[in-house]
Write a protein that binds this ligand. Structure first.
Ligand code: XIL
Length: 319
């Protein structure tokens, strides 16, 4: 059996992956797995829909990179998650270094959201509307958005998103929510702020950039997911990868990685409002981890030769 099929049989909507725009048209072994919709039922563009790609200069929109993955999902009949609209990173300088008033930056956000979501209207199961607005210590993350609006930009973004595409799920998405600490508390507060402002929010994405041997237990993860579903939003794992801190990984470290993946996927099965699991790439050949976390890697389900790892077997067994 294959992962998306197993996930659906277990009650999830999908098992999916991020897809690298730079490799999907040149690596046929990689592409074959992307195209296998029994294995991969949902795609998300790794970079192409980010602000620096879609609106590199003010009012000038480009979808050449952003369209690559949505077109594959359409051709294959796979679900599409769309990512992301308001984020401090991969944000062009004209936004991050502009001198804005609340009125002018509101207009910039609304124009960006209406153009980008309008371009993909009807195609996205969900959109990550606001990404990573909380810092690891639980403070609000510094950005041009925070310095201009305080927390008022959340509602501005979610209302603009609803107006642009009323039929997609609108998500807040962040990492390190899995540990149920100060950052998680602040993300709970964010959902409440959006709801109190009368703005629509449908989901919270747990990115799930985790570490082998330090991943919380299945029960702890289910508990933290439920903190959000009890606010009447759905949840999903949106960018799952579980990295080894030192390489090469021993066979026992690979087995531990499998247990960690099974705990994450299992926690989604345990929570009624958890709709699916998306890995942030599937093969160790293409992963953001080694270039981001020095010395770490091998965080995915297939090795760099597209052989299934112990983690793949663990995920298939828990589903
Ligand atoms: C990463 C991509 O994987 C890299 O290719 C890129 O250079 C940087 O961004 N959180 C997110 C994702 O929401 O968009 C990030 O993706 C990983 C962390």
């Amino acid at each position: 059996a294959q992962l998306h099929q197993l996930a659906v049989a277990a009650g999830l909507k999908y098992f999916g992956t991020a897809v690298s725009e730079g490799n999907v048209n040149s690596d046929s072994a990689y592409r074959a797995i992307v195209n296998n919709k029994n294995e991969i039922g949902q795609l998300v563009p790794e970079n192409g829909q980010k602000w620096d790609a879609t609106e590199p200069s003010r009012g000038s929109f480009s979808y050449s990179s952003g369209d690559i993955v949505p077109n594959i999902a359409k051709a294959n009949g796979q679900l599409l998650r769309c990512h992301t609209l308001v984020w401090h990173s991969q944000l062009p300088n004209w936004v991050s270094s502009g001198s804005w008033t609340k009125a002018t930056l509101t207009s910039v956000i609304q124009t960006h959201i209406s153009n980008v979501m309008g371009h993909y209207i009807g195609q996205c199961y969900a959109w990550d509307v606001v990404n990573e607005a909380v810092a690891d210590d639980g403070s609000w993350r510094s950005s041009v958005f925070l310095s201009t609006f305080g927390t008022d930009y959340f509602a501005i973004a979610f209302k603009a998103a609803k107006a642009a595409d009323p039929n997609t799920k609108l998500y807040y998405n962040d990492y390190n929510l899995e540990y149920n600490g100060a950052k998680t508390d602040r993300a709970v507060e964010l959902v409440k702020i959006v709801q109190a402002a009368g703005a629509p929010i449908d989901g919270v994405g747990f990115q799930g950039h985790l570490i082998v041997g330090s991943t919380p237990s299945r029960g702890s993860l289910a508990t933290v997911l439920r903190r959000f579903t009890s606010l009447n939003v759905e949840v999903a794992y949106t960018e799952l990868d579980i990295r080894h801190s030192s390489l090469p990984a021993s066979s026992s470290a690979l087995a531990t990685q499998g247990n960690d993946f099974a705990n994450v996927v299992g926690s989604c099965l345990d929570v009624a409002g958890c709709v699916g699991v998306t890995v942030w790439g599937f093969s160790d050949k293409y992963s953001w981890v080694p270039s981001t976390f020095s010395g770490a890697g091998a965080a995915l389900l297939y090795d760099s030769n597209f052989n299934k790892k112990a983690a793949w077997t663990s995920v298939s067994s828990v589903l």
